[in-house]
Design a protein around this ligand. Structure first.
Ligand code: GLC
Length: 654
């Protein structure tokens, strides 16, 4: 296409998307304000910086278009009226709506109009601005600072179809080992291996289910990746065996920065094989992260990915079951990496947004090769489109503030429809001091969120449930048990997600795109299409208003039936998260004593039904390996008509 040519896109005979015919119209600046600013700062107001290499698409914005996705960006669920920048950013200040960037750069968004729905995937890794009717309500634009214009138009009848198209191109979130869907406990940090064991014991003693403990950077020797501190963590293998007896797994953190230390094997080997990014003068680029002066592996190089991936053996030999990749924006303490730092794939300005992606890929492939056929689990902070094939993501350093419960749900809803369906936020909040009430409500908000981890920062108030009174412990126990009860259903949804891209957790608009009331609702979410959760996200509440979309629903606790298309007031004392279940729902749940997912055996699974019409496929496999991809699974289709449940075996492979 030539510069001045315009594109109209039709779908099923209907005009869906047009280029904006005119030039962008930036809002007029107030000249008096400009003068005042100039005086204040002692310099004249400059013009907007010219971006000579940029490429932009400008599209007409329909009057009622709502816009979703872009991964972890803060602010509202519906991004219309806001602008954002894709540039992976680690900013420890409390994340607020006005932040333009966070850790992830997923250049995919969905436009939902009255008569159409489509997605745009603008596949360009350079810094990119997305302006969704912020500059002007007549259009939206995507401006890449450099590189090619390479965007995909993905039309569909609804969001589900569009997400299906996007994930068929970039990959779906895979089914993880089942324990990943359990409860994770973390803290920066647990300072000795005995402390880790005590944490596991305390969960058992208090009868709060737990599947995983995370080891943050303190387990390493001077923050050297792939090493262990031999005084504080002398026998991690022994630790992992003791944890295994308690049904608990270990995940350990690995950052990208390699300490510059001539006596350290990672540095020596990396230097020998030319594994690290370079300055323009050819020297190895240095900056600082936790270990002090560090160098940065070039994960865009296949040889570096294989080398790094093979180092996962060191962790596996110590009994570690999953790897947490952090600081991979990449974060750096001595100022940002300059744009021209050299990687095989290009300069830093091109690689920045995919650095974390390739680190996760290296880690995933290493685990896939070395962990005896088990499904790898990698958790990442930075990500790009398609990272979901290799890792789940958490939303980084949130704070123990009420606003961040709301933010966690906006982010989880948008990440889920951006393909990264294995996602979650730090329960209790990472930075700042939590309160008992906040902790409980954080747990409740995350009750069905795919990645469920309590994590907090060094120097903040501790937030394991037992740091507080019995009321808090009881409320957390109840919430965690509710989650475990639903794990068979979550696992079924996770399997479906791998097949079709349909996210496990969904914003209401995904399920009810025609209902305008739900376009900006993210303080309620759906687990699959049957379960609606409406957590309390403000202090001092005993009840909350809940919007119930069309159709009949049942209160999960009382069985009371409600018609939809209206707001109701739901009872929500501290130990209760309102949950409503759709008429016609068929939900496999786990009953009985459960300490970890290991206790969820098939004989403990029962099928809950809620009168109406519906169908659902319940799925079983070995919960651990890829054998299901070769047919080693069972699938049973349940159909409900009124109160009559019928069962049909679709596949018997176990
Ligand atoms: C970063 C991570 C946080 C971690 C800390 C120490 O701030 O986001 O989760 O605990 O580094 O490793």
């Amino acid at each position: 296409m030539k510069d001045n040519e315009k594109l109209d896109i039709y779908y099923k005979g209907k005009l869906v998307l047009s280029d904006y015919e005119k030039a962008r119209k930036k809002g007029e600046k107030n000249p008096y304000e400009d003068l005042a600013i100039a005086e204040l700062e002692g310099h004249t107001v400059g013009k907007d910086e010219e971006k000579t290499d940029s490429v932009t698409i400008i599209k007409k914005l329909g009057k009622d278009d709502a816009i979703y996705d872009l991964g972890d960006k803060p602010g509202c669920l519906n991004k219309r009226g806001y602008s954002y920048v894709n540039w992976n950013t680690d900013d420890p200040a409390p994340h607020v709506d006005s932040f333009k960037s966070l850790y992830k750069s997923i250049p995919f968004f969905i436009v939902l109009g009255d008569e159409y729905c489509y997605g745009i995937f603008a596949d360009n890794t350079y810094k990119t601005t997305f302006d969704f009717g912020y500059e002007n309500t007549d259009y939206y634009f995507v401006e890449h600072e450099k590189g090619e214009l390479d965007y995909y138009f993905m039309p569909g009848n609804d969001m589900a179809e569009v997400v299906g198209l996007y994930t068929s191109l970039t990959g779906t979130t895979p089914l993880y080992q089942r324990w990943i869907y359990g409860s994770h406990q973390s803290r920066w940090g647990y300072y000795t291996q005995d402390e880790v064991l005590d944490i596991a014991d305390k969960f058992r003693e208090l009868d709060i289910p737990c599947d995983v403990i995370h080891m943050d950077i303190d387990y390493m020797n001077g923050y050297r990746v792939f090493t262990f501190d031999d005084k504080k963590f002398p026998d991690v293998k022994g630790l992992s065996e003791k944890l295994a007896d308690r049904g608990v797994k270990l995940i350990s953190i690995i950052d990208p920065g390699v300490k510059k230390d001539e006596d350290y094997f990672m540095y020596k080997e990396g230097m020998e094989m030319d594994a690290f990014a370079h300055d323009t003068d050819g020297s190895v680029y240095e900056n600082a992260v936790w270990p002090g002066t560090s160098v940065f592996p070039d994960f865009t190089k296949q040889s570096v990915r294989s080398w790094w991936g093979d180092k996962t053996k060191i962790l596996l030999e110590h009994g570690i079951s999953g790897i947490w990749n952090d600081m991979n924006e990449p974060a750096s303490f001595n100022g940002p990496l300059p744009d021209d730092v050299q990687f095989e794939y290009g300069a830093h300005e091109k690689v920045h947004n995919i650095y974390g992606h390739f680190m996760a890929k290296a880690t995933y492939e290493g685990l896939a090769k070395n962990d005896g056929g088990k499904r790898p689990f990698v958790l990442t902070r930075a990500a790009y489109a398609g990272s979901q094939k290799y890792c789940g993501g958490w939303t980084g350093d949130n704070h123990s503030i009420w606003a961040h419960i709301a933010l966690s749900l906006e982010q989880v809803c948008n990440l889920s429809v951006s393909g990264l369906a294995m996602c979650g936020s730090d329960i209790g909040g990472f930075g700042s001091d939590t309160t008992p009430e906040l902790l409980v409500r954080f747990y409740e908000a995350a009750v069905f969120v795919p990645f469920f981890r309590n994590h907090s920062a060094m120097g903040t108030r501790r937030q394991e449930p037992w740091q507080f009174d019995e009321t808090t412990i009881d409320a957390v126990r109840k919430t965690v048990k509710l989650r475990y009860r639903f794990i068979p259903y979550i696992y079924d949804l996770a399997h479906e997600c791998e097949k079709t891209g349909a996210p496990i957790v969904r914003p209401l608009v995904y399920e009810y795109p025609a209902d305008k009331h739900v376009r900006n609702i993210s303080d309620e979410y759906m687990l699959g299409s049957f379960v609606l959760v409406a957590p309390v996200i403000a202090p001092g509440k005993e009840a909350r208003e809940v919007y119930l979309p069309d159709g009949d629903r049942y209160d999960y606790y009382t069985g009371e039936k409600y018609s939809g298309g209206r707001y109701i007031l739901a009872d929500a004392p501290l130990d209760k998260v309102p949950v409503f279940i759709k008429a016609g729902a068929i939900i496999p749940v786990a009953d009985g004593e459960i300490r970890s997912t290991e206790d969820i055996t098939e004989d403990k699974i029962s099928i809950l039904t809620y009168p109406g019409k519906g169908s659902f496929v319940h799925y079983q496999d070995d919960n651990e390996t890829f054998a299901y991809r070769n047919g080693a699974y069972n699938a049973v289709e349940y159909t409900l008509d009124g109160e009559t449940l019928e069962k049909r075996v679709l596949h018997k492979g176990l």
